[in-house]
Design a protein around this ligand. Sequence first.
Ligand code: NAD
Length: 334
Amino acid sequence: MYLSAVQCLPATSWCIWSVPREGNGVSLENETGNHCPRTEPPSACESRRILGRLRIYSMASGYLLVIESDVAISASKLDGRKGINRTMTLSYNFSGKTVLVTGAAQGIGLAVAHFFDRAGARVCVLDYDQGALEKLEDGNWERKFIPVVCNVANSQSVTDAFRAIASSGSSPDIVINNAGVLRDGVVWKMSDENWSTVLDVHVTGTFNCTREAIPHMRNQGWGRIINTTSYTGLHGNVGQANYAAAKAGIIGFTRSTAKELARFGITVNAISPNAMTAMVESIPERRRRELELMAPMGRFGSPEEVGPAVGFLASDEAAYITGVVLPIDGGLSI
Ligand SMILES: NC(=O)c1ccc[n+]([C@@H]2O[C@H](COP(=O)([O-])OP(=O)(O)OC[C@H]3O[C@@H](n4cnc5c(N)ncnc54)[C@H](O)[C@@H]3O)[C@@H](O)[C@H]2O)c1
């Protein structure tokens, strides 16, 4: 398995989108293997050499969501990390929406910010690492993004950030609470600082940004808040009592705020990713390898595989989904 793609297409019956092995062509077949001429294959894939096939599932909303594949695209976009593909086909349209992604100077946050940028949104890229944000200026953005230097753990810093965003145009319609840190250590050796830093960034940071986002979302009767939890928040992990407590806290926060905000047209969901980033690279090699093998897909995801799933939760199609934790983890949690 190399690529998990998510894409909305016009509705047809349940389909397998099959591609000839070693071939360049793409054809679409329905369940019984008959050619299904009503749907064109996504153009972004047409031009590339594809091995394997994509699976496309029918959604109640009348869209098709491509949620898994055993497709390897052998093109220049391969990032060298065990062939994980960094390309996604996009069909979401978030033009007119302002999206705030926290902890977006690198890793999952940056990939999610790029996803929304390519999907037409005005993207606010928030991080406390000013140097990393400045380096992003050279990045490959479709439109001008808004860099926001802010420490999510500090409520005044978050208030100032939301004011600055509002004064630059419009307030966030979609907030992705993603900023995170690790301060690992067994609990009997854990310092006060390592305990509170992790709780402050993950839990208080998520609270600070959510609280600031609500007035605008309530006023317009529409909003999307997507928080970031972890497999560790549900199952615990040796050396990560602080992180596990924080991520479990985020699940409780997500469910409570989902209940509080549903009547205002605001959904609150969480994702539980498993993606190769600097954070994962900081985990000792042996534990990292164990985690990799625990996922039925036998690999970490790429940060780019997270964006489209976040996009789905942020879309109008997900209007009736709130308070859930969506694993994007290659089956790690099953
Ligand atoms: N990578 C994974 O497999 C994985 C698994 C489960 C959960 N997560 C969660 O996903 C999120 C992103 O993780 P990642 O792997 O991309 O990590 P990462 O370390 O690559 O990126 C985290 C980003 O958050 C920023 N940040 C940290 N503290 C901040 C603060 N106080 N204010 C503002 N920005 C701050 C960092 O500067 C960095 O840019 C985190 O919440 C993490 O816990 C990741």
